[in-house]
Design a protein around this ligand. Structure first.
Ligand code: 13P
Length: 249
């Protein structure tokens, strides 16, 4: 399976920051793994133009479940594709928290985005209170159950799961490697029950305070097939070493 180094720019970035994209491509012309950046919608088409002909792919950070219509402020999966996206992140914990997104809506968006031909990165993860209560695997199980399509309608590489503990996002804190392994093993087993052998081809990303200094150790954990990186994806000098660590893992 091709490993995936994905960057989520969140609500960051303006046109001048696209020079980071140019630098990243120049430094990693053949990265040895898949390399993806997901900028805010305002930068998507311009980033796609910068990335044209390179091995960098671009993606959106959310989409609507409908193809078009009276949904002010929303963007459809088709529109992301039209802007040059190949991927979309769905169900990020910040969208679940800021916009009340439910597992049900994440599933509807996932089905819509796959129908549009996008690779979907579905995010799941427990809060600190849930982990402290010993509920991590129950929460992850529920999110997988509710957020994913009931059957695998695309090739396995069309669906990616990102495990992002909410308390590890932007905090500099990460689970222990053993905890990452426990959750990723549980996700793989749950997906295998649901989708059968094809689940072995699904990429499982870890996200939450990934940086150059911890990337190699995290990538050595079984069933970690890449990373979803926030803050450290904004600068080529920070993201590049993570991409390299994944390529050699
Ligand atoms: P940080 O890498 O900044 O912790 O963010 C992780 C994340 O939320 C990626 O989607």
């Amino acid at each position: 399976m091709r490993k995936l180094a994905a960057g989520n720019w969140k609500m960051n970035g303006s046109v001048e920051d696209l020079d980071e994209v140019t630098a990243l491509i120049a430094a990693h012309p053949a990265p040895g793994c898949e390399m993806l950046l997901c900028p805010p919608a305002t930068l998507l088409s311009r980033m796609a133009e910068r990335a044209a002909g390179s091995s960098l792919m671009v993606g959106g950070q959310d989409c609507h479940a409908k193809t078009s219509g009276a949904h002010t402020g929303d963007v459809s999966a088709q529109m992301l594709k039209d802007a040059g996206a190949t991927h979309v992140i769905l169900g990020h914990s910040e969208r679940r928290a800021d916009h009340g997104e439910s597992d049900i809506s994440v599933r509807a968006k996932t089905i819509a985005a796959q129908a549009a031909g996008l690779t979907v990165i579905v995010c799941i993860g427990e809060t600190e209170a849930q982990r402290n209560a010993g509920d991590t695997l129950a929460v992850i199980g529920r999110q997988l159950e509710g957020s994913l399509p009931t059957s695998l309608t695309t090739a396995p590489d069309g669906l990616v799961i990102a495990y992002e503990p909410v308390w590890a996002i932007g905090t500099g804190r990460t689970p222990t490697l053993q905890e990452v392994g426990e959750v990723h093993g549980f996700i793989r087993a749950t997906l295998t029950k649901r989708y059968g052998e094809a689940a072995n081809g699904l990429r499982l990303l870890y996200g939450g305070s990934v940086k150059a200094s911890n990337a190699a150790a995290i990538f050595a954990v079984p069933h970690v097939n890449g990373a979803l990186v926030g803050g450290a994806s904004l600068k080529a000098a920070d993201f590049g070493p993570i991409v390299l660590a994944l390529a050699v893992s």
